[in-house]
Design a protein around this ligand. Structure first.
Ligand code: NAP
Ligand code: ZN
Ligand code: ZN
Length: 347
């Protein structure tokens, strides 16, 4: 067992504090990663504040992890000491169900094993990446291309794959009109990916405050959702809408923006239900869907796509002592566009 420094939540209401977590001894198929940077995802905040249910405090969150491989188990073949490595939102799955067999282990029918607040196959509670080291099964470790700086690679492991996957699945590309709702960590990556895939992209943000950024990321249009006229002007327009908002949205208002056979995909995960009358789906034969992260293979594809196309998130690097302040800024939509913890500040 390895005891390592970490940033820990002790309750839903107390600030995060410095603590430690235990990492298991390296098994034959395990990889030990010395973490360099860890991104702050809004899911970390939903989790530590108890918004998604019971939390096994004390808990260390963080599922946007990058670092260097410093040790490998005897049977490890995919990674070597010195490799640049990444870990995202899951660290294991059953490997036997239909979805795991189909290479869609994020949809493991018994539930993939989350990077934190979950129970691993050895019975221990998983602990996330706001820490100096992590031990992960080699099948759930990604290769981070050389050309992506570590701190910019971190957010790709969740914000990146969570937006790349639905854009790819629902065919964002030339000739397709895509809207992105909410331009935070996930949203700004959705804009960059949809633009790179060749779609015509509109950002739907609460205000026009970040319009210059949205246009610089390649969006063709940027509209304020606090302005009711936006919903009239853009009615029946989009093939695909990616909702990244962390709070409830008026689903029916957004469904009205879809053209024939259009799809509204929510990746945003507020704890509250999002009510919808079926009649809102009848017009234009609309679909309302959800999407959860992406498979390990697709995450590797996304990382390689970013390296080839020069795509990277906008990050603000912080020290361990600034995490509580960063949480408050995320909650007030004051993030440009992902906070990333420099884990050296924890050593
Ligand atoms: P974030 O950086 O806080 O971005 C969320 C954005 O939503 C904000 O920047 C803001 O954009 C908008 N927003 C926030 N509160 C709002 C409100 N009350 N009304 C309207 N718009 C609001 O969060 P994130 O890290 O991107 O995560 C977004 C959501 O995705 C979270 O719920 C997270 O848990 C979820 N998530 C899901 C998955 C998955 O697998 N499906 C993976 C990762 C994260 P504007 O300022 O532009 O309006
Ligand atoms: Zn996340
Ligand atoms: Zn499975």
């Amino acid at each position: 067992m390895l005891t390592v420094n970490a940033i820990t939540a002790t309750s839903a209401t107390e600030p995060l504090v410095r603590g430690t977590v235990e990492r298991r001894d390296l098994g034959p198929r395990d990889v030990l990663i010395e973490i360099r940077y860890a991104g702050i995802c809004h899911s970390d905040i939903h989790t530590v504040r108890g918004e998604w249910g019971e939390v096994p405090y004390p808990l260390t969150v963080g599922h946007e992890i990058v670092g260097v491989v410093t040790e490998v188990g005897g049977q490890v073949s995919k990674h070597a000491v010195g490799d640049r490595a990444g870990v995202g939102c899951m660290v294991n799955s059953c490997r036997e169900c239909a979805n795991c067999q189909a290479g869609q282990e994020q949809y493991c029918t018994t539930g993939n094993i989350g990077t934190y607040a979950d129970v691993d196959r050895d019975g221990t509670v998983t602990q996330g990446g706001y820490s100096t080291h992590v031990v992960v099964d080699e099948d759930f470790v990604l290769r981070v291309p050389e050309s992506i700086p570590y701190e910019k690679a971190a957010p790709l492991l969740c914000a990146g794959i969570t937006t790349y996957s639905p854009l790819s699945h629902w065919n964002a590309g030339p000739g397709r009109k895509v809207a992105v709702v909410g331009m935070g960590g996930l949203g700004h990556m959705a804009v960059k990916f949809a633009v790179a895939m060749g779609a015509e992209v509109t950002v739907l943000s609460q205000t026009l405050g970040k319009k210059d950024d949205g246009l610089a990321f390649g969006a063709a249009d940027y509209q304020a959702t606090r302005d009711a006229a936006t919903f009239e002007a853009l009615a029946n327009r989009f093939d695909l809408i990616i909702n990244t908002v962390s709070a409830p949205i008026d689903v029916e208002a957004y469904l009205g923006l879809l053209r024939l056979d259009g799809t509204l995909v929510s990746v945003g995960a507020p704890p509250e239900p999002l009510p919808v009358q079926v009649f809102a789906l009848f017009g234009n034969r609309r679909s309302f869907a959800g999407s959860s992260i992406g498979s390990i293979a697709e995450t590797q594809e996304m990382l390689d796509f970013c390296a080839e196309r020069g795509i990277a998130p906008e990050v603000e690097v912080i020290d361990a002592g600034q995490v509580n302040e960063a949480y408050e800024r995320v909650l007030s939509s004051d993030v440009r566009y992902r906070f990333v913890i420099d884990v050296d500040s924890l050593r």
